[in-house]
Design a protein around this ligand. Structure first.
Ligand code: TK8
Length: 338
């Protein structure tokens, strides 16, 4: 059909232009291997997205690049795997933006509570100029950000009591991601936050080291948090993007054609992952209730009270990140929400 003939002519054009590269790759003959590790388990859309990435890359490079996939933190937690990419001992990981703030402090903006009003706005901003500006900031850290995937809107769970208003956070021992803004925001609400890698979270809840945590309902359900948590509140307090990261050393070692293939594959697999993630959200809420969790709606008034309490923390981080950059993000959000 039209596209394949175009494609083949492109390939010929590519092959002709890039004969050298192609021959070079062929002459070296070695297959390049991508060790791709994530923290969530194989049931989560993040893993299904990674399998889609694998399928596209192996098909498009005709096996010149092989992707090995490791779920459930087999290769470590987000920070450890991100450091492995910097060292060149792993090629791909897809962390939430929150732990990336330890590598690029400006990433804390993504954890401003209630920053993105909905998924469509998040997509428009992340897939546009502003999103690319943040991906470019990763280069100095020996990392290449190829695409944004979706973790989602985060909700609070705990094993102590229903949380319906800001007052209910008082004294709750909440695990947060390793991100100072999350810690400061939960402290402002009166909670007692502890930063912890995702790989230790289930055990910490099981042993009562923490009373609660916050994650999108997909994670709460698919990681079986209902086995150790009794209450879930629709706080939707942060929209967490995932960032598809590749080791810069590995990326720079690819041919131009292979770089285009992995970049396009990360983008295409990301759109597929976002779709899967959103399709099931309603279902997860019902599933959690069927597993015995009490679901508490947060009213707009209660949410506004939380926003007001957290505002001083956001003012402080706006200083740290830089007023202009924060304003640029808010302008992009306004533009996208029109
Ligand atoms: C999984 C994490 C998880 C994140 C967290 O590796 O740490 O709570 O929301 O999705 O990235």
């Amino acid at each position: 059909d039209e596209s394949s003939s175009d494609n083949s002519s492109d390939n010929n054009a590519e092959a002709t232009d890039g004969t050298e590269e192609t021959e070079e790759a062929d002459s070296s003959g070695e297959t390049k291997t991508i060790r791709a590790g994530i923290g969530l388990n194989e049931d989560h859309p993040q893993y299904k997205g990674l399998l889609k990435f694998k399928e596209i890359v192996e098909e498009k490079t005709d096996g010149a690049i092989v992707v090995e996939t490791y779920a459930s933190g087999q290769l470590g937690d987000d920070r450890t795997m991100t450091e492995a990419l910097q060292l060149g001992s792993q090629e791909v990981t897809i962390p939430s933006t929150a732990p990336l703030a330890n590598f690029v402090p400006e990433y804390s903006i993504f954890d401003f509570p209630f920053l993105f009003p909905d998924e469509e706005t998040a997509d428009a901003v992340l897939d546009g100029e502003v999103g690319q500006k943040f991906l470019d900031m990763l280069e100095d850290q020996n990392l290449v950000g190829l695409a944004y995937w979706e973790n989602g809107f985060r909700d609070l769970t705990n094993s102590k009591r229903e949380v319906a208003t800001a007052e209910d956070f008082e004294g709750l021992k909440i695990r947060t991601m390793e991100n100072d803004l999350h810690l400061d925001a939960f402290r402002a609400l009166g909670a007692n936050p502890t930063p912890m890698a995702f790989t230790e979270l289930f055990t910490a809840m099981q042993q009562g080291t923490v009373d609660g945590q916050e994650n999108p309902v997909a994670t709460i359900y698919l990681e079986k948090f209902y086995e150790v948590q009794d209450y879930v509140s629709s706080t939707h307090h942060v929209y967490s993007p995932f960032v598809f990261l590749m080791s810069k050393e590995f990326y720079d070692g690819l041919t131009d054609e292979q770089q285009t293939i992995v970049r396009d594959a990360a983008l295409e697999a990301g759109k597929y992952e976002r779709k899967l993630n959103r399709e099931a959200n309603e279902k997860y809420v019902e599933d959690l209730q069927n597993e015995g969790m009490t679901y508490t709606e947060i009213t707009p008034e209660a949410r506004q009270e939380m926003v007001d309490i957290i505002q001083p923390v956001l003012d402080e981080y706006t200083e740290k990140i830089g007023e202009d950059l924060v304003q640029e993000v808010y302008d992009a959000i306004d533009e996208a929400s029109k």
